[in-house]
Design a protein around this ligand. Structure first.
Ligand code: SF4
Length: 176
């Protein structure tokens, strides 16, 4: 992994912290909420996955075992799944906390924000539909404030790491 990914991700996080601050009146994230990690696909590039696993390797053995068990269970569930989009609780979520928080991916870091995508549509957090983030400014399909005017999708965020980024897959698919 390129050495400066650590620096890049720290700088990116600083930028995101500013966005969270700027939009704080619309954000209801709080310590015991892990909704963003309970239902999703969690796309990760190969580069981010390698970074995540660096965090995993530093964990105590008992936590590693829980995660491995979660992954094995998910693999079984996925093999029995016949639908189009397999959504699941992230195997790294333990007691409503991310066990690899410092090494989490870009999708994880932008959870909860509203930003403009490539096609000029707004990417909203799921919880906008259940009375949480941005729900006060999202009614009948209309978003009534200016979202972050930066595309925070992985491929755009990692455009300077194009050669190292690799494929993007749902997190569980990296273990199949
Ligand atoms: S890696 Fe951590 S932050 Fe990302 S989805 Fe999993 S539990 Fe949530």
């Amino acid at each position: 992994m390129k050495k400066d990914y650590d620096k890049f991700i720290n700088d990116f996080q600083t930028k995101l912290d500013k966005y969270f601050e700027e939009y704080s009146e619309y954000i209801y994230c709080h310590e015991n909420c892990s909704g963003c990690c309970e239902t999703g696909e969690y796309p990760f590039s190969q580069l981010e996955m390698a970074y995540l696993m660096k965090g995993f390797l530093k964990l105590p053995q008992d936590i590693k075992d829980i995660i491995k068990n979660n992954i094995e269970n998910l693999k079984k569930q996925k093999s029995d799944f016949n639908g189009e989009r397999f959504e699941y609780t992230c195997p790294f979520l333990i007691e409503k906390k991310c066990s690899v928080y410092q090494n989490r991916g870009i999708t994880c870091r932008v959870h909860g924000l509203a930003y403009l995508r490539k096609n000029n549509t707004v990417n909203l957090p799921h919880c906008a539909n259940i009375g949480l983030n941005f729900s006060t400014v999202f009614k009948d399909g209309i978003f009534s404030i200016e979202p972050i005017k930066e595309n925070l999708n992985i491929d755009e965020v990692l455009k300077n790491f194009k050669d190292e980024m690799g494929e993007i897959r749902p997190l569980i698919n990296w273990f199949l």
